[in-house]
Design a protein around this ligand. Structure first.
Ligand code: PMP
Length: 435
């Protein structure tokens, strides 16, 4: 297959590297995991990305989740255009914020919600609130779950299951992670042991509602219910991070598929991505009695100059309002078609693989066995993914440039876009099989 012309992206990448670390403003965009030059995107519409060299790609990143409706969706563009002519930020309350919060409260079990500008801010604030509410300091998280670049959550597991953790990156002081316990995902015994030993010191347990940041590793049936119940029994708060899954896995996110069915509710939840419609908007919320502890009602401080920004709230509200049953049905159909295409072409190429999903979010692991936690995810064949990624890119399909990410689809992925992916898969699978 001929490689697309990329001289424009290469020139921009050189310029970018001269002024920005790694040439990117978020690390995975740099293609470090798969090699090569990141494509600099000039514009996007529906499921299509166009780079500065004029190459087009079917987008299976969707901005890492936000673009549920696809790019430049008319309803979102119109809402943004209307909002922007009214001024871009006032630093006062607005009706748009109330409407977006009401829309989220209507779709989820949260009783009160505070808007922020990024998922990182949402989880950071939720943890501060949990600590302030409980008067306890210890936070439990799972290895492989990513909750943004919050110091206390950039933690690597300590030497034993119930030992406190060490910083996961230079720049985070040991004092920031020494109150964080990192446990293996889907491991009830580890959770029970941690709470048995430290239960009266645990402020909260935070988990991705269904992890997507080690690739998609769904919770075992009943695992989230077990976490909610364990937290309740020990007076700790259960924080379900739905930044990635919220309003994507279903109208009510991952909770709509487990908590709503099983009859439990997280104490706090975090949201981002889809609820901002491609703009910086995120949120944390939950039980009214817990949220009541937040300033200015309560003593736990949290604030933001651009929180509830009028453009972001307009884009988010337009997105949620457009996300009707037909949208969720379409992304389900698209995801099913792609999963079937992957399974068929990988099997034909003799590539061992496992496809793991929650709703329309899915990942492809090069391994024989289902992946249930981070340690297993790390044992999968990363070289094969790099070969797959580049062979797909050369055929006009932009996968996430890392094996440990979900593939995202949108309701704008029409039959032509789906067919372009299906047509690219056999050659890419053959390339991966040779890697
Ligand atoms: N939580 C989860 C589950 C996420 O996937 C992410 C981002 N990928 C975050 C939090 C952080 O969000 P942001 O990048 O907006 O800070």
């Amino acid at each position: 297959m001929p490689e697309p012309l990329t001289s424009g992206s290469e020139a921009l990448f050189a310029r970018a590297r001269a002024v920005t670390p790694g040439g990117v403003n978020s690390p995975v965009r740099a293609f470090n995991a798969v090699g090569g030059t990141p494509r600099f995107i000039r514009e996007a519409t529906g499921p299509w990305l166009t780079d500065v060299d004029g190459n087009t790609y079917v987008d299976l990143i969707c901005s890492w989740g936000p673009m549920l409706l696809g790019h430049a969706h008319p309803a979102v563009v119109e809402a943004v255009q209307r909002a922007v002519t009214r001024g871009t930020s006032y630093g006062t309350p607005t009706e748009g914020e109330v409407a977006l919060v009401e829309a989220i409260v209507a779709r989820t079990p949260v009783e009160r919600l505070r808007l922020v500008s990024s998922g990182t801010e949402a989880t950071m604030s939720a943890i501060r609130l949990a600590r302030g509410f409980t008067g306890r300091d210890v936070v439990v998280k799972f290895a492989g779950c990513y909750h943004g670049h919050v110091d206390s959550l950039l933690a690597a597991a300590g030497s034993g299951l119930t030992t406190f953790s060490i910083p996961g990156t230079p720049g985070v002081p040991a004092s920031s992670t020494e109150l964080t316990l990192v446990l293996p995902y889907n491991d009830r015994a580890a959770v029970a042991a941690a709470f048995a030993e430290h239960g009266d010191r645990i402020a909260c347990l935070i988990t991705e509602a269904a992890p997507g940041n080690m690739g998609v590793v769904p919770p075992a049936p009943g695992f989230n219910a077990f976490l909610a119940e364990t937290c309740r029994a020990h007076g700790a708060l259960f924080i379900s991070d739905e930044v990635m899954t919220g309003f994507r896995v279903s109208e009510a996110g991952q909770w709509g598929t487990d908590g709503a069915v099983e009859g439990w509710v997280p104490d706090l939840m975090t949201f981002g991505k889809v609820m901002g419609g491609g703009f910086p908007a995120a949120a944390f919320g939950g039980r009214a009695d817990v949220m009541h502890h937040l300033a200015p009602e309560g003593p736990v401080y949290q604030a933001g100059t651009l929180s509830g920004n009028p453009i972001a709230t307009a884009a988010g509200l337009a997105t949620l309002e457009a996300a009707d049953e037909a949208v969720y049905a379409r992304i389900g159909v698209v995801a099913d078609a792609l999963r079937a295409g992957v399974a068929e072409s990988f099997t034909a190429a003799g590539l061992p693989h496992v496809i793991q999903s929650t709703g329309s979010m899915f990942s492809v692991f090069f391994t024989e066995q289902p992946v249930t936690d981070f340690a297993e995810a790390q044992q999968t064949d990363v070289a094969a993914y790099g070969a797959l990624f580049h062979a797909m890119l050369d055929q006009g399909v932009h996968l996430p440039p890392s094996a440990f990410e979900a593939w995202f689809v949108s309701s704008s992925h029409d039959d032509r876009a789906v067919q372009q992916v299906l047509d690219a898969l056999p050659a890419a699978a053959a390339a991966a099989a040779k890697a």
